[in-house]
Design a protein. Structure first.
Length: 394
């Protein structure tokens, strides 16, 4: 039981770190502005401001991030579908005068939904088997209920029957006073999935599933996190100058090129550059053009090679916009992204469709971090078993 919980808690921590670094919520994926296609004059004016981008002022010891995202991806294959959606929000405040987690206060929450039609995996495996047989091979390797095994055209029955999936996972993560706290729950785990987990991992798996469904509260002391990531440098102060140097490197590569070169490079991938030089600073927008569908389709097709089991690839929609904003002094204030992509193709001879749609916004400044009034009830999952009413480990 303890081994499974340890693995699970490590996954919780990974999800929390993802939420703090790639986060989301109710985002529109844009930064409003009066954008015009970049020309020599507007480009030169923008580069004067952002060629030396900055994150925080020299005498500033605190800064924050507010991040929101909302994404959904789905795949349809021969009439069956699977989809994954996520909605995340996070607020992070950093005090550069304190060391390690002591210098971070954060709150993040995420909701993930996974849906999959009954027999989706069977349908994909069967198509692979059929395509494999048509290529002259009798079998191919696939994961079956008893591990890797030979699967022919009659692939159905060789893999576990997991039925229809409709699972929702919710999690909250907080960083306070050097500790990380995680809580949440998972709903919709089917009886088939429970039976399969129990058959492969015993009653320990059933206990873990019960914990997920009932709700969990775990505390990760700073020393535990340091041990998990095996980094002796993790307890050092956060070096904002390193982050600023990374930003300078990315933007600096633009400042050494003229606008004609930039537009030529972007045009090769179906993108165009737009700029808003306003009184409050500089806003930059990269957006796909009408030619992007053809350009990107050609790039993907050429990279797949002749042996790939993909044909008739069509990029029906490819709307991508990336925004970056700086204030009048060159300090980075925001990043935004929105994506809407639809593609169809024949995969293993069957009709497949991919949809990806999402938005993300990052605001840089002072973050409003709201923490629970108490962390009572959170327990160290890697310590000895503790009753549910004990307080968080400090």
């Amino acid at each position: 039981m303890k081994k499974l919980l340890t693995v699970f808690c490590s996954l919780c921590l990974a999800v929390m770190l993802f939420a703090l670094s790639a986060c989301g919520g109710s985002a529109d994926g844009t930064i409003k502005g009066d954008y015009k296609e970049a020309d020599a004059e507007s480009y030169a004016a923008a580069m004067e401001v952002v060629s030396e981008p900055k994150l925080v002022k020299e005498d500033q010891t605190t800064f924050g991030l507010s991040v929101k995202s909302d994404f959904e991806a789905s795949v349809k294959f021969d009439g069956k579908s699977v989809s994954l959606s996520e909605n995340e929000t996070a607020n992070v405040a950093v005090d550069t005068e304190k060391e390690g987690l002591e210098g971070i206060t954060a709150a993040a929450n995420a909701e993930l939904k996974l849906k999959m039609d009954d027999k989706f995996i069977d349908t994909v495996v069967a198509a692979m088997a059929t395509a494999n047989a048509q290529d002259g091979a009798d079998t191919f390797e696939a994961d079956g209920a008893d591990g890797a095994g030979e699967v022919g055209e009659d692939a159905e029955g060789q893999i576990p029957d997991i039925g229809k999936i409709d699972v929702t996972a919710k999690a909250n993560a907080y960083v306070s006073a050097g500790n990380v706290y995680v809580d949440g729950n998972v709903k919709g785990i089917s009886d088939k999935l429970k039976a399969l987990a129990t058959a492969n991992a015993g009653e320990e798996a059933a206990d873990v599933i019960a914990t997920l469904e009932e709700g969990f509260k775990y505390a990760f002391p700073q020393e535990m996190i340091v041990a998990l990531i095996s980094s002796s440098d993790y307890s050092a102060k956060i070096d904002v100058s390193e982050i600023s140097a990374t930003i300078k490197g990315l933007v600096g590569s633009l400042s050494v090129m003229d606008v004609t070169t930039v537009n030529t490079v972007l045009g090769q991938y179906g993108f165009k550059l737009y700029i808003d030089n306003g009184a409050d600073g500089v806003k930059i927008k990269l957006a796909t053009t009408a030619e992007a569908k053809t350009t990107i389709t050609a790039l993907i097709t050429s990279s797949l090679g002749t042996d790939a089991p993909v044909s008739e690839l069509a990029l029906n929609k490819c709307d991508i916009e990336l925004y970056v904003a700086f204030d009048a002094e060159g300090y980075l204030t925001g990043i935004a992204l929105n994506v809407n992509v639809n593609a169809t193709a024949k995969v293993f001879g069957k009709t497949a469709e991919l949809n990806v749609k999402g938005t993300a916004n990052v605001e840089i400044g002072l973050a409003d971090v709201k923490l629970p009034s108490s962390f009572e009830g959170y327990v160290n999952p890697m310590a000895a078993e503790q009753p549910a009413d004990e307080g968080a480990t400090n």
